[in-house]
Design a protein around this ligand. Sequence first.
Ligand code: TXA
Ligand code: MG
Length: 319
Amino acid sequence: MITSDINLAIESLKKGNVIAIPTETVYGLAGNAFEESSVNKIFKIKNRPSFNPLIVHVPNPKYINKIAQNIPKIAQKLSKHFWPGPLTLVLEKQKHISDIVTAGKSTVAVRVPNHKLTLDLLSKLPFPLVAPSANPFGFTSSTSADHVIEYFADKIDLILDGGVSLKGIESTIIGFENDNAVLYRHGSIPIEEIEKIIGKVEIKNKNNLSPEAPGMLKRHYAPKTKIVFSNDFIKSIKSYPNKKIGILCLKKIKKIPKSVHQEVLSSDGNLNEAAKNLYASLHKLDRLNLDLILTSIVPEYELGRSINDRLRRAVEVEN
Ligand code: TXA
Ligand code: MG
């Protein structure tokens, strides 16, 4: 069922079901964070490895004291500045938080999402929600109810439709090591914005998965269609004469043959707009039954870093 009635969502979640919820970043597959059977359902539906922990979504900054403890001062400063918003903080967990949520870690990821419908929902629920991005593990995230339907129509109870996600890329994840802030995932808040508030942040964005599983994450955020980088689109197109090709690019490229579908992220090269459109463009290209998608990285600053991070993980690397 697709609805924007949060009462139906509350009813379903209270029964232990998994539903899709809108956030400002991407849609999430949500369940009761305090109910292990609901959390397990999410892992199963997503086909997500159990060593990859989930983010707990809470209705307001104060609520984190029910989830986490010994919260560093800089974490409090960040939460004051960015919540509700696309920032996830990794903090020391409270004992009662399930090992299934945190994948056995002593830390827990928490955020207050900035979406009216979902904030309303969270504030009326007697429990917080765990919500990984609403996509099967490894595939492109969902930024609209349509994307969620394509992936999970027959697998989840309800989709709470809150329109198109305004940011379009996941939250930025910050952890604390010896009370210093560390960036674990580039996201919708550029690192430059975070450094304005707390100073230099170390970047440890190599791989969000635990080191116990090296190489498991060959591809992530990926469309079903093969996608590769190209430094020269015209030349690349010529080198695949019999293939149906699409291009994913920041700004319009001139002299591309009409037979090649060109998906432009932002007509004037605006990185915020490009981030918002990135996953929707990948979904669109995926529907065209192409043999191949060509893309290239965007300028490496502000949200460009987050876009490039997703593109680098989405492309197929020959090895
Ligand atoms: O924008 C978002 O964050 C979206 C929306 C739905 O809120 N959610 C999302 O969840 O992106 P997911 O599960 O797709 O990504 C969560 C990331 C994973 O890379 C996971 O490894 C990391 O958060 N994570 C969760 N708990 C962690 C922890 N205790 N330490 C380090 N990383 C953690
Ligand atoms: Mg994800």
